[in-house]
Design a protein around this ligand. Structure first.
Ligand SMILES: Cc1cc2nc3c(=O)[nH]c(=O)nc-3n(C[C@H](O)[C@H](O)[C@H](O)COP(=O)(O)OP(=O)(O)OC[C@H]3O[C@@H](n4cnc5c(N)ncnc54)[C@H](O)[C@@H]3O)c2cc1C
Ligand SMILES: NC(=O)c1ccc[n+]([C@@H]2O[C@H](COP(=O)([O-])OP(=O)(O)OC[C@H]3O[C@@H](n4cnc5c(N)ncnc54)[C@H](O)[C@@H]3O)[C@@H](O)[C@H]2O)c1
Length: 455
């Protein structure tokens, strides 16, 4: 049995683990990084990167084979950034293999024991298969297999109308497939319903069929395909079935009990500093059971690097984290939705809105569908929802406003170049101040008084 002593041992080289490794090694810590599968984890190989590449290819009308070639080429172009070579170049010791805890301070991988002062669990998540009779007996697609499909599904059935289901529905429809999304509740159920309605209408107009409020009760194989029976008795038939019904944290087989690391149904149980019940062991990213995004894993990596390397008691916040569903139109959210903000702040909440229809650039470029809504409490934004062209890029202004706790006056005071889509944010901020200025009798009295005296 080999033995390695190190400062930090990281299990999982995905979005979270790689960020910890790069940060900690470049600041002088001895780092061991263990990866069982492909470097880069889900985001690079079966998540963000292939899904956005496929959406782009589908929008560019390049056809099925060229679209999949574009997906492979995109992964290959980004892969060197996450590669063993790059990380070894940064001074990280990379071990390929499946890691398990063998004690409170040690992890074992293929006959090597790594003893570390701090251990980071960054093992991510895998697709959750819902408990529908017959589901496990038919060939299924998940995010792990859909990007490698050689043949075009005809038609494609999708279980789940979350971000994966919606992005894959639009991409595959645009690549020429008939697509039906089966969703027992509402699609994109965490998001602002008015914004979701625009996304759904756009996908419907392109030919995606939605079965909302439909519960799948049985799945079975057919000659060359699958059948899904719904609770109202109807049967839908497809050549392929994509299951996109949420994620399960990858905690099994880690032998967490040997390290005294507790779990919850969502993943590793962590405190606000992302420490597990074993104070030497941290968990970040999808396995920590919070928001499941690459930028969250990266942000959490920064928080624990500060804590592990400098002993600074950094806490992870969530109120300023944005999220985007990359359909056309894009749907972006940061902070509270209107419903969440009303529940949190009641009558003290103000909501302002600006529509792309009132934005000159949107009119000139025929991109007028969509809006921005900003939720404001005591002069500061507590949430923003944007749906429309480039919403994912534009939400970053509001992500900054929330993370830096800016006042609405900071946004209103910004000069945005004319004509840009970005003026929509300034317009929303102006809408917040205009009743205070224009419908205010005191302001009018003051202006009349001053005008009497100015020469
Ligand atoms: C289809 C899809 C699209 C997505 N699109 C977006 C998007 O547009 N934007 C966004 O922000 N997020 C997106 N996500 C979410 C994003 O991919 C995840 O939140 C992110 O990858 C989580 O990073 P992680 O480091 O926690 O886990 P991962 O990136 O999954 O990395 C975990 C790594 O740990 C390894 N591992 C697991 N167990 C062990 C073990 N015992 N020993 C050694 N190695 C182990 C795995 O092999 C894996 O490489 C998407 C997800 C999916 C599925
Ligand atoms: N653009 C992005 O940032 C992006 C894109 C894709 C995925 N992701 C991340 O990956 C996570 C997982 O995505 P997801 O879409 O799988 O999960 P999700 O949890 O967001 O959505 C799953 C959907 O499946 C539905 N569902 C549950 N049981 C079902 C059943 N038996 N039959 C049919 N539908 C059922 C749920 O009601 C829900 O709407 C997301 O939460 C997100 O964090 C992010």
């Amino acid at each position: 049995m080999n033995r390695i002593d190190t400062d930090i041992c990281i299990i999982g080289a995905g979005s979270g683990g790689l960020s910890v490794a790069a940060g900690a090694a470049q600041m002088g810590a001895r780092v061991v990084l263990i990866e069982a599968g492909a470097m880069g984890g889900d985001c690079l190989n079966a998540g963000c990167v292939p899904s956005k590449a496929l959406l782009h290819a589908a929008a560019s009308d390049m056809g099925w084979d060229a679209a999949h070639e574009h997906v492979r080429a995109t992964i290959a172009a980004i892969a060197p950034h996450d590669s063993v070579e790059r990380f070894e170049g940064l001074g990280v010791r990379v071990i390929r293999g499946f890691a398990r805890f063998s004690g409170p301070r040690e992890v074992t991988v293929d006959g090597t024991t790594v003893r570390a002062r701090r251990i980071v669990i960054a093992t991510g998540s895998r697709p959750r298969l819902p408990d529908v009779p017959g589901l496990t007996e038919v060939p299924l697609l998940t995010n792990e297999t859909i990007f490698d499909l050689a043949e075009r599904p005809e038609p494609l059935l999708i279980l789940g109308g979350g971000p994966i289901g919606m992005e894959m529905a639009q991409a595959h429809r645009r690549l020429g497939c008939d697509v039906t999304v089966i969703e027992p509740a509402c699609v994109l159920g965490r998001d602002d319903p008015e914004a979701v309605a625009l996304v759904t209408a756009s996908l419907e107009a392109e030919g995606v069929a939605f079965e909302e409020g439909a519960v799948p009760v049985r799945v079975s194989g057919t000659d060359g395909g699958v059948e899904v029976v719904l609770d109202d008795g109807r049967t839908l038939t497809g050549s392929h079935l994509l299951v996109a019904t949420g994620r399960v944290a990858s905690v099994e087989e880690l032998d967490l009990d040997k390290a005294g690391v507790e779990t919850t149904p969502a993943g590793v149980k962590v405190d606000a500093r992302l420490r597990s019940s074993n104070r030497r062991v941290y968990a970040i990213g999808d396995v920590a059971g919070g928001m499941q995004f690459t930028h969250v894993a990266g942000y959490q990596a920064g928080v624990i690097v500060r804590s592990m390397l400098f002993g600074l008691p950094a806490k992870a916040r969530t109120a300023h984290i944005p999220r985007v569903t990359y359909t056309a139109p894009e749907l972006a959210q940061v902070g509270l939705t209107e419903a969440e903000a009303r529940a949190a702040h009641g009558a003290a909440l103000e909501v302002v809105r600006a529509d792309f229809a009132g934005n000159d650039r949107a009119v000139a470029t025929e991109n007028t569908e969509g809006f921005l809504k900003v939720m404001i409490h005591k002069g500061r934004p507590v949430g923003a929802t944007m749906v429309g062209p480039g919403a994912g890029e534009q939400i970053t202004l509001w992500a900054l406003a929330l993370s830096a706790r800016l006042k609405m006056s900071a946004i209103a005071g910004m000069v945005a170049p004319y004509p840009t889509m970005a003026e929509i944010s300034k317009r929303a901020a102006g809408t917040y101040f205009s009743p205070r200025l224009f419908d205010n009798p005191n302001v009018k009295r003051l202006v009349r008084a001053v005008q009497r005296f100015v020469p």
